[in-house]
Design a protein around this ligand. Structure first.
Ligand code: CLF
Ligand code: SF4
Length: 438
């Protein structure tokens, strides 16, 4: 049974909420009990993080101190999660001590946990008792033969398991954990890493199975090769944008899929699209937060959030793809040169829009010259951005320099400078495009 209040303010479980509400991860869990072939253990857990990132490990007390200071700074912070840098349930004592401290800080804070699932069945009771309402299980296969290509070994109850025996045990524990969470009324999201030649075709089977067990949504994330990982050394490739869209589309026929994941760091802070963890002002001297002011601001954000009750009804054949530069609030409010990511939407003939993914890029403007006019570096970044967005007919942003605007147009992507609500601008600008195309 899905509780609406558990969903409304969670930026990962509710696509609309990610425009308004922030999350924070506290990195209290350094150890891991399995070995994924896309992971380099020197870095954060790749199941929820961008590879190549190392987070500073905190004690549970340091973590709650940091959360309380961040709550003073970010009134829209609604969720605190533990997602690494290893596996939270391989560090159960620190993980649950942290959650206990956080629950006493503010009972309205949503607590969130992300795990590889190996130890999950042992902790469902404790998860429920602590009021943790959201758990993510990363599960890449339900077939041990496929799993054996993804996991090299696991450590369970003092023994090391390898190959298919390891994958079979892990899968059995993950499935049991998901089923137990559903029975306990805890919302469970399943994350999967899409490894094109290994599990690309298999992921819809994973979706089917986890839906049957009561999972709430499926987040299929493209493989990002961790430097030094087995897959990187063996020359495995990442999925193309089209492959990612296709795999998500196939799973979306079975259950809701998440398309706005940012594969964030184990110490990420802020809105999903704008990590503030490396920003010094995130650590104010003041650790006091005004609960009633926070509640009021969050209430205002909830009332600004558009509640979508109706599924789009139009035909998506011939839909136009549009890239959008945004800093949040559901608005077009980011300059092209400053954007580190673009949301890509499809807009159909009825003007209905749906998000199909997030494309990460390097910001084009380095602040030293007119938007990216800085020689070879700018040219390289620009051509990578064009590559990333080449399936988009339009790009909506709050500003763009003349040079990149004409280069984008030359590459077949029409830049349009506008401001305001994303949905409204998508509808309006695609209507013009279709009108002029006739
Ligand atoms: Fe963090 Fe994960 Fe909770 Fe969100 S992230 S523990 S469910 S609060 Fe979100 Fe980040 Fe994607 Fe994870 S965008 S990587 S899905
Ligand atoms: Fe690495 Fe995370 Fe896999 Fe552990 S669960 S091996 S930390 S990717």
């Amino acid at each position: 049974m899905v509780s609406e209040s558990a969903l409304l303010k969670h930026p990962c479980y509710n696509e609309e909420a990610h425009h308004h509400f922030a999350r924070m991860h506290v990195a209290v869990a350094p150890k891991c009990n399995i070995r994924c072939n896309y992971c380099n253990p020197k870095f954060d857990c790749v199941n929820e993080s961008r590879p190549g990132v190392v987070s500073e490990v905190l004690s549970p007390e340091e973590a709650s101190d940091r959360v309380s200071r961040t709550m003073a700074q970010l009134p829209n912070l609604s969720v605190v999660g533990i997602a690494g840098p290893g596996d939270p349930l391989a560090n159960a004592e620190a993980t649950f001590r942290t959650f206990r401290n956080l629950a006493s800080l503010d009972p309205d804070l949503h607590l969130c946990l992300s795990t590889n699932g190996l130890m999950l069945p042992d902790y469902v009771e404790e998860i429920k008792e602590l009021g943790i309402r959201h758990v993510t299980v990363t599960m890449n296969a339900i077939d041990p033969k496929i799993g054996a290509r993804i996991y090299s070994n696991i450590f369970y109850q003092g023994e090391v398991y390898r190959d298919e025996a390891a994958a079979a045990l892990l899968i059995e524990r993950q499935l049991l954990g998901i089923e137990m969470l559903a029975k306990a009324g805890v919302l469970c999201k399943v994350n999967s890493v899409h490894i094109p030649e290994v599990n690309g075709e298999h992921l819809r089977e994973v979706t089917r199975k986890v839906k049957e067990l009561g999972a709430f949504s499926h987040n299929i994330m493209p493989l990002i090769l961790s430097p030094g990982s087995f897959f990187e050394k063996k020359g495995f490739r990442v999925p193309t944008n089209e492959e990612s869209i296709e795999v998500q589309r196939a799973s979306a026929e079975i259950m809701p899929v998440m398309r706005h994941c940012r594969q964030c760091r184990a110490d990420a802070v802020g809105m999903l699209g704008g990590d503030l963890s490396q920003t010094p002002e995130m650590m104010p001297a003041e650790r006091y937060f005004d609960k009633s002011a926070r509640d009021e601001i969050q209430q205002q954000l909830l009332s600004r959030m558009k509640q979508r009750h109706d599924e789009p009804k139009g035909d998506w054949g011939g839909a136009v793809r549009v890239a959008v530069a945004t800093r949040g609030s559901g608005e077009i409010n980011q300059h092209f040169g400053h954007a580190k990511e673009f949301l890509v939407y499809e807009v159909n003939g009825l003007g209905e829009s749906r998000l199909i993914g997030v494309r990460k890029v390097q910001a084009y403007c380095n602040g030293t010259a007119e938007c990216g006019e800085d020689g070879d570096g700018g040219a390289r970044v620009f051509s990578e951005t064009v590559q990333m967005l080449k399936d988009c007919a339009l790009l909506l942003c709050s500003g763009i320099g003349k040079a990149p605007a004409s280069k984008l147009q030359y590459a077949g992507i029409m830049p349009i400078v506008c401001k305001g609500e994303i949905d409204t601008q998508l509808k309006k600008n695609v209507k013009y495009l279709n009108y002029f195309a006739q």
